[in-house]
Design a protein around this ligand. Sequence first.
Ligand code: C2E
Ligand code: MG
Ligand code: MG
Length: 761
Amino acid sequence: MRSRDRIAHYRNGRAPGTEPLDQHRQLINGLTDYAIIALTVDGNIASWNSGAEHTFGYTSGETLGRHYSLLFTGEDVAKGRPNAELQAALTFGIQSAEGWHLRKDGSRFWCADSVHALRDESGAVTGFAKVVRDSTARHDAEEHLRESEERLSLLIEGVTDYAIFSLDLDGRILLWNSGAEHLFGYQEAEIVGKHFSLIYTPEAVARGIPEAEIAAAAKDGHAQDEGWHQRRNGAMFYASGHMTRLKPDADGNPRGFVKIAQDITAQNRAEQTIKRQAFHDELTQLPNRAFFCDCLRRSIAHAKRHPESRFAIIFLDLDRFKIVNDSLGHVIADGMLVHVARILERCVRPEDVVARLGGDEFTILLSEVHEAADAMRIAARVHAALQHPIFLDGFEVYTTASMGIAVGSSLYDKPEQILRDADTAMYEAKSGGRARHVLFDSEMHARAVRLLDLQMDLRRAISREELSINYQPIVSLQHGRVLGFEALVRWNHPERGLLPPADFIAEAENIGLILQIDRWVLREASRQLREWQVEYDDANLTMSVNLSSKQFASETLLHEIRDALRCNNLTPASLKLEITETVLIERFDTTAATAAKLAEIGVELYIDDFGTGYSSLSYLTRFPLKVLKVDRSFVGKISSDPCSAEIARTIVTLAHNLGLTALAEGIETEGQLATLRRLGCEFGQGYFFSPPVGPDSAKDFIGRRWRFDTEVRLLPASIRGSRDRRPLEPESVVFRPPARFGDGFQSEQKAVARFAGPSIK
Ligand code: C2E
Ligand code: MG
Ligand code: MG
């Protein structure tokens, strides 16, 4: 064929040199993906292409002439599907379906098939053509997808703790699971099609939160949201939610959003509580230390950026709060702290911070002060506000506070530094007499450092045997006899020399060393007493030992006392324990029990410094006491100040009325002595007789006696000769009525010095 003819042939749709029917036959035969089967009118197989061989596994020889129902599964044959299929093709011309077919090896496969009815020119049916394509893989994938969609929707529906819903691009609700029904209270039917802002609070809607969420999800693909929502019934709850943008459709168009939300009200409340607890004081509802330090840190940073700016802090500690706590109980003490918190808040500006550091310690941060005087003024305002009585549970309570002020500047780096300085100043205010405020200065810091040194030295003092005891005689004002001694501790500091208790006892209490000191004094004084009793054959000689509140409250006290008595073979009556009024009051229950046990043992209790401590007198009848020691502040002014004289007289009378004995401390002059004798005070001690002296000098007083000329003269006399006893010089104690207090005091002091031998401390 010439090429021109060949082209014409192709134009007619035929390959050159082949007839159309042949061509079709070849085409059909060559199709391996499609099974193309010709059927007779009865459904017998008339032709079988290679695709059919490939799909069903039969060769054409095996199928030609057989009924095509062999290609169907047993169930389908039983259901009459092959004939139904042909019938449908007859009726509609073409019948398409999907279903299972059977291979020669008995295996099933899913296929899409169609059956055409073939007709001749007159319209009579000549047979059928069935086209089958194996679509098992697609079918499996679709089946898989369907199953997973079903699982997912079951899952979404089954989740009741999470609200899951989908939105269109405008935020209208499309799908709404049972979790959403449960959480928001709307049924799917009533909310689908509505805008999802329905589930927000009106305030959140007004602030544009739903719109902002959609905009963020549209832009970034997702948006996180946490806040208050509203149920159908108006109830509020706190929820967290996550909105995700759906993937765009096949054409790249955005499709909408899915949101998952959860009720976290309880969790939110717990978080809020934890946050509150971390930064707030539960009792007073004030910020706590952590919060305050945070504010301080910011103030310091600000001062560093603006070196000219100033802030100040006030460190406030209530005075004698412990007494309120111990005597009136925790409930009233707590009420007092709350009351003080409110007072402090009223004394400052809203931008200032009042915090409770703990216990009875409060702090105030005054932002933006111009000078220290501003802070001083606030402190004065606090003092004034605290002057009013506080009424709590039927009690009228008063309190005062000691305050330390530190002015903050760029020189501070850390909150602890300025807190430390304000605390140091507060400490100064306390030791300066309480109910006052003190501004921190660098000298205070130096003092604080010295105090630290002292504490370190003190810790070593006991092991280095630097402690010693001085003894002050206690004299009977009736007979002039020395009855015994009071043991008064001293510290022989390696650099500072002999230190009186005032220089270290308070510190020892602060750092918890007082117990060790008191125990040592008790042991040593008991040993010394025994030594003197044996040496001077004086079993009646007594020893008074001072006890700190810590030692008195110590569980081991009774054991230590019994030990001291037993080891030294002392009678209980020879040991006297001196405690102050506050010691008894501080821990009323335990001290009452301890005092009772001491009385059982037979060791007497003396109340030291009487008249200077707690003012409730009821305890005097409730404790088994023996002696009231009239404080030396009253004795010292007994001749010059009518008030002190009256107090001294009252104390002596009170002691007698309660069946107790009175002991006057700090007797320095003959005038004081005469007055006290006139009042009927039984015992006395003081520089007039002797200052506290070392054990060797103290020995000289054992067995001695002052002979009092009842009218005008007081003459010392030895009542019995002792091994090394020297007679006292009579002129040293001749009574001279004091002209004026000043002159008299000086000359009497000289007399004491001459009399006592060792210098007065
Ligand atoms: P206190 O128990 O009231 O002791 C009396 C204080 O008055 C002693 O001071 C004594 O030296 C002093 N004094 C005695 N007579 C006179 C006088 O005529 N005029 C003047 N102006 N003062 C006189 P000291 O020895 O400095 O003791 C002070 C306080 O230290 C004692 O007061 C006592 O409370 C405490 N203390 C002493 N030793 C101990 C101890 O071993 N343990 C404890 N916990 N406290 C002790
Ligand atoms: Mg004492
Ligand atoms: Mg005293």
